[in-house]
Design a protein around this ligand. Structure first.
Ligand SMILES: Cc1cc2nc3c(=O)[nH]c(=O)nc-3n(C[C@H](O)[C@H](O)[C@H](O)COP(=O)(O)OP(=O)(O)OC[C@H]3O[C@@H](n4cnc5c(N)ncnc54)[C@H](O)[C@@H]3O)c2cc1C
Length: 510
């Protein structure tokens, strides 16, 4: 790894090496731009940066990745960069298991199969189940077909062409559930995957819920060896095409001259490199407030930024065990709601109790993460950054409550732990510099979803955003896709032809 930039000037400096920063940086390097990525952490990947504890390898912030199929855009990007062989996506056997207090369901991939599994559990509402999940698919399809940049004049036409999308575009997930189902337990079961998006159905954008669910139903993957292999494949692809990655280096200032980006300062001594474009993969508010300075931005933009709300954070409990989790019914993802009322779960979370929990067993897909005969269980539990008490004093109690919840899923777990460590929102904030340890960028409310997130193109000439604070939204896949969009826009702003990759999901150049 290089310990500083080799040049004084670059075409593009990327701040942050999360998946969104790396996808933008690698594609820009591939298209011939001189790229420098600066990363404050000790390795690339952001929330995808795996870490080692003795013989174990853990992922801090991603457990599943949709679209690892051979024909999907992420794989095509790796292929295009020449590093596809560096990241092997293992297809997961089943979608998720959800263990409620006195009910459980295991769901398969495939829309028809998913509908059938729910209809078997709630036969009286089989027709409603079919209608609800097919509506999710229609929303996803129409959102996918909607042109990315719609002028005001084109809105009426789009509303006619995509009536379902426009009918529900501002709906919450709860509104769609209430419209379709009678049984409150069914509503809870159908929306049990809400923790993937950080908000309970009553506040979660239905557009976001339905598109994410539909994409996940097409199949999910885990990169062999952990998510670091995805980050490494992108980073190596960038370096292979002449891009540079500098670690342990925090950007402290985006230099602005005559209203245009002119460079980036970093490190304790304020070292500066010149550049024509900056892509920020860092926290959006931090980018504008700390790196740029509000005096460089239009007042209306700053006002809007101040109204945006970040998503919740998480507590993550990292467990290694010699219990045979597969024999205990483990699948890759297990949701563990302690109530049928998701609002109650969210309230628990705000009070500092575990809530919105999902446990991942990555060793089913990638056994090499732990020694033979052992499994890893990573429990993600949504958490407020501020619970009115210091987090360090809460760790023992919190971990104990999480272990109690998962002991009921895997009896014998507590007595067979070989490693246990807990990360709080403070650690997430420290490692990612996402404000308040935000797990998913901006909150996924209807008011902050899709085109209402921070745009890639900013009011500061030459500054672009990439990652989960911008469009299309949160999650590793969408962070990667946002990098592809950003790369296209940066190339266009430089008067260059777009990315020369032939793929149906590639956003248009310019
Ligand atoms: C607990 C948890 C579970 C999750 N589970 C999933 C999941 O299963 N599937 C999924 O798809 N998504 C999941 N997510 C969400 C997903 O991890 C994120 O949405 C996505 O990885 C964000 O990627 P990003 O590119 O926006 O940037 P980030 O991963 O946030 O990375 C930003 C990078 O910028 C760097 N940086 C910030 N400021 C500076 C600076 N000033 N100078 C230099 N570097 C800087 C940071 O160090 C970091 O490396 C989860 C998130 C969490 C927290």
């Amino acid at each position: 790894m290089q310990d500083g930039p080799r040049e004084d000037a670059y075409d593009v400096v990327v701040i942050g090496s999360g998946i969104g920063g790396l996808s933008a940086g690698s594609l820009l390097a591939k298209e011939g731009q001189k790229v420098l990525v600066v990363e404050q952490g000790e390795g690339p990947g952001g929330y995808a940066h795996s870490f080692k504890r003795g013989v174990y390898t853990f992922d801090p912030g991603i457990s599943v990745f949709p679209q690892g199929h051979d024909h999907a855009l992420p794989v095509a990007v790796l292929d295009y960069l020449g590093t596809r062989d560096r990241c092997r996506f293992v297809e997961l056997e089943s979608n998720y298991r959800a263990v409620f207090p006195d009910f459980e369901i295991e769901t398969p991939f495939g829309l028809d199969e998913f509908i059938e599994a729910h209809a078997r559990a709630f036969p009286n509402e089989a027709k409603n189940i079919d209608a609800f999940f097919r509506l999710c698919r229609t929303m996803h399809k129409q959102a996918h077909e909607l042109p990315p940049q719609l002028g005001l004049g084109a809105l009426d036409e789009a509303a006619k062409r995509f009536p379902t999308l426009f009918k529900y575009i501002n709906a919450t997930t709860q509104e769609a559930l209430d419209e379709h189902f009678q049984d409150d337990r069914l509503k809870a079961v159908a929306s049990v995957s809400w923790p993937y998006l950080g908000l309970p159905p009553s506040r979660l954008s239905y557009l976001t819920f339905s598109t994410v669910l539909s994409v996940y139903l097409e199949g999910c993957f885990y990169p062999e060896g952990g998510f670091q292999s995805l980050a490494n494949a992108l980073a190596e692809g960038m370096q292979h095409h002449g891009g540079e990655l500098v670690l342990n280096t925090r950007a402290t200032r985006i230099v602005v001259e005559d209203g245009h980006v002119a460079g980036v300062q970093f490190g304790d001594d304020g070292q500066e490199v010149r550049c024509r474009r900056v892509v920020s993969n860092a926290d959006a508010a931090g980018t504008f407030e700390e790196l740029v300075g509000e005096d460089q931005l239009p007042a209306a933009f700053v006002k809007k930024l101040r109204r945006m709300k970040p998503s919740v954070s998480a507590v993550i409990v990292f467990v290694a065990t010699n219990l045979d989790l597969r024999a205990h019914g483990a699948v890759h993802e297990v949701f563990r709601p302690l109530h049928f009322d998701h609002d109650q779960t969210y309230e628990d979370m705000l009070q500092g109790k575990p809530g919105g929990m999902f446990g991942t067993v990555p060793t089913l897909a990638s056994p090499s993460l732990a020694p033979e005969g052992e499994h890893l269980l990573i429990v993600h539990s949504l958490a407020a950054y501020d619970i009115g008490r210091p987090w360090p004093g809460e760790v023992e109690r919190y971990t104990d409550e999480v272990m109690t919840a998962f002991e009921q899923v895997f009896p014998g777990l507590r007595d067979s732990i070989t490693f246990l460590e807990t990360a709080t929102p403070l650690a997430l904030e420290r490692h990612s510099r996402n404000q308040r340890g935000a797990a998913y960028g901006w909150e996924n409310t209807p008011a902050q979803t899709g085109g209402k997130r921070s745009p890639h193109v900013t009011p500061l000439d030459g500054l672009f955003l990439s990652g989960h604070w911008t469009q299309p939204g949160s999650g590793s896949l969408r962070a990667l896709v946002s990098g592809v969009h950003t790369a296209q826009m940066v190339l266009s702003s430089l008067g260059e032809p777009g990315i020369a990759l032939d793929h149906p999901d590639l956003p248009p150049a310019g």
